[in-house]
Design a protein around this ligand. Sequence first.
Ligand code: C2E
Ligand code: MG
Ligand code: MG
Ligand code: MG
Length: 276
Amino acid sequence: RAKTLGRGRYEVFNETMREQVRFIQKLESDLRRALERKEFQVYYQPIVNLQTSAIHGFEALVRWNHPQRGLLTPGHFIPIAEEIGLITQLDWQVIQEACQQVYRWNENRKNRPPFVISVNLSAKHFTEDNLVEQVTKILNETGLESPCLKIEMTETALLEEPEKVAVTISQLKSIGIGLSLDDFGTGYSSLSYLHRFSVDNLKLDMSFIQTMNSEPQSFEIVRTMIVLAHALNINAIAEGIETAEQLNTLQHLDCPLGQGYYFSKPLPAENIQQIF
Ligand code: C2E
Ligand code: MG
Ligand code: MG
Ligand code: MG
């Protein structure tokens, strides 16, 4: 094959591969340094009660303040962190910081319901043995009550070793932590998961929310998922609400919770504090 491509192209191909390898190696050493120097920063996006507009809580979304490349969103580094086995460390930093922050916010809300913080856990965690101990440790260290912490997982996390994952989840639930199924409807959605893993929140993927007012099929999917969630006593959370029209539709469909740029983009803690 290389022969038919000619010598020149073969070399170019090789050079591109070498470049890719160097790029990944650089990113890997950058990631290690970033973990040590705490270059990751937690951004917070409000999760809002759609009927009252009150802030129910926040989703913690990580950002990387890269010294050369500037502020990076998770799409630029989470897949690589997963690949090279650094994601668990990264997630622990995020959860630790988020729990500490929300504990502080809740201290000033003694007469009002406490905020709930949702954190994203990579699928990798759910087959590790010490997940529940780690979470317990963080709750003890930060003082946050377990009902104030929600763990978001995607459907892929349920696929790998379902038995093991089921045990981990029931342990998390037994210490009072809620579970959100993220990006619902985009993966290998199995309705039996909802019951089997006693899911507390169903996050309706933004791809449905953003097309429901133009595509009747999306609308029907959103409507049905909300009805289903109600019937199973699960809170539906609409993701990616960007317009008043979308909010209006969701209110009519009786969707209890939502998040999106219409309310607020994810922001650093200092900026989020100014909106509540
Ligand atoms: P996700 O958990 O589904 O988070 C929602 C994503 O939608 C976030 O992207 C958020 O910024 C974005 N978003 C929120 N509202 C709107 C909207 O109205 N319009 C649009 N266009 N986008 C909106 P982000 O922050 O880039 O995060 C992407 C994904 O990275 C997350 O998807 C989550 O799967 C993952 N992620 C984020 N933080 C962490 C983390 O600390 N640990 C792990 N393991 N994964 C994380
Ligand atoms: Mg999420
Ligand atoms: Mg999502
Ligand atoms: Mg997502």
